[in-house]
Design a protein around this ligand. Structure first.
Ligand code: FAD
Length: 286
């Protein structure tokens, strides 16, 4: 869906409660930002996103610069306070095609510069296609790179922290460039690692073989290392797969799964079947 198709007529005030850098200074800045929205009309569930409306003036006379962010909290909010939700924001830059100069991305820099006590305007929540099934015996296969981990933090908090457990297999395949880029699974913040003791949960990390090069994070290595389990889960009608992160992940993943399937045709067929059965949900962004 294009950004212009999201309805941002109904907005909410959000107070910045905290903003914590969850990567160290040697790598890209990613912040875990907690927002408080006191309007009771604002309700969300895991897997949804919000829009952040950055006030202008902006190019072409636009009143707002609008970008979407996945909610990283489960429906009960952060801590015991339901009115608080978190997002996980990477400070982005873009290269101007004409001048070749690097400029800060408007929305992500606006968010990363916010201080506790500041107020921002948000809209949403959006998206109902990225939801966990009610049946706790279903298997969940979560695959993500970079900030694509945000909805999976929400999922794991919900199924283990709020529902009290999950009987089906829960597998997280996560790609990052270096160990410090493993969001919510590093020394600064290890929210997801706290579920490692759950019997049904396993997390697999893929770190880049060439971390000093500016290559996109990869997830395919750990998928291939666990090919047998991944393939049998995908074929199982009780498995729901969730894919989240930059859109470049889609091609990487199709290649890896075609390899695991034995041929691109075999993978295309299974993917079609999973989409038809509502078992393949994606959340991609440019
Ligand atoms: P822009 O000028 O719009 O972009 C600057 C550059 O950053 C572009 O080259 C773009 O390709 C690149 N970029 C955008 N997002 C990322 C990213 N996450 N990691 C690496 N490079 C990126 N972003 C998050 O940080 N966290 C999220 O949880 C998140 N969830 C999203 C959910 C949805 C449904 C969508 C559509 C997008 C999501 N994004 C998320 C991306 C976000 O909406 C913005 O595109 C991003 O913050 C850049 O916006 P900007 O205005 O700062 O810069």
């Amino acid at each position: 869906m294009k950004l212009s198709q999201y309805n941002t007529d109904c907005t909410y005030v959000a107070d910045i409660v905290s903003s914590e850098r969850i990567t160290d200074e040697s790598t890209a800045e990613v912040r875990h930002i907690i927002l408080r929205v006191t309007d009771p009309a604002f309700q969300f569930i895991e897997g949804q996103s919000i829009a952040v409306l950055v006030p202008g003036p902006h190019a072409f006379g636009n009143k707002y610069h609008i970008r979407l962010y996945s909610i990283a909290s489960s429906r009960m909010g952060e801590g015991t306070r339901g009115a608080e939700l978190s997002i996980c924001v990477r400070r982005c830059f873009y290269i101007d095609e004409v001048s070749g100069e690097r400029y800060p991305g408007v929305a992500s820099n606006f968010l990363c510069d916010q201080q506790p006590g500041d107020r921002i305007e948000i809209a949403g929540p959006y998206g109902r296609q990225f939801v966990t099934p009610r049946d706790e015996t279903c298997n969940l296969l979560m695959i993500g790179v970079g900030t694509g981990i945000a909805p999976f933090r929400a999922f794991t908090k919900h199924i283990y922290g709020e529902r009290g457990g999950w009987q089906g297999k829960v597998r997280l395949f996560y790609g990052a460039r270096t160990g410090m880029d493993l969001l919510y699974m590093n020394d600064r913040n290890n929210d997801i690692s706290s579920y490692y003791d759950e019997d049904s949960f396993k997390a697999f990390e893929s770190l880049s073989p060439r971390p000093h090069f500016d290559e996109p994070a990869q997830v395919e290595r750990s998928l291939k290392e666990n090919a047998e389990e991944v393939w049998s889960m995908l074929q199982d009608s009780k498995t729901h797969a969730y894919i989240s992160g930059l859109s470049s992940l889609e091609e990487q993943l199709d290649d890896a799964l075609a390899d695991i399937a034995g041929s691109p045709e075999a993978w295309v067929q299974l993917k079609k079947r999973m989409i038809k059965e509502g078992r393949w949900s994606t959340l991609f962004y440019e």
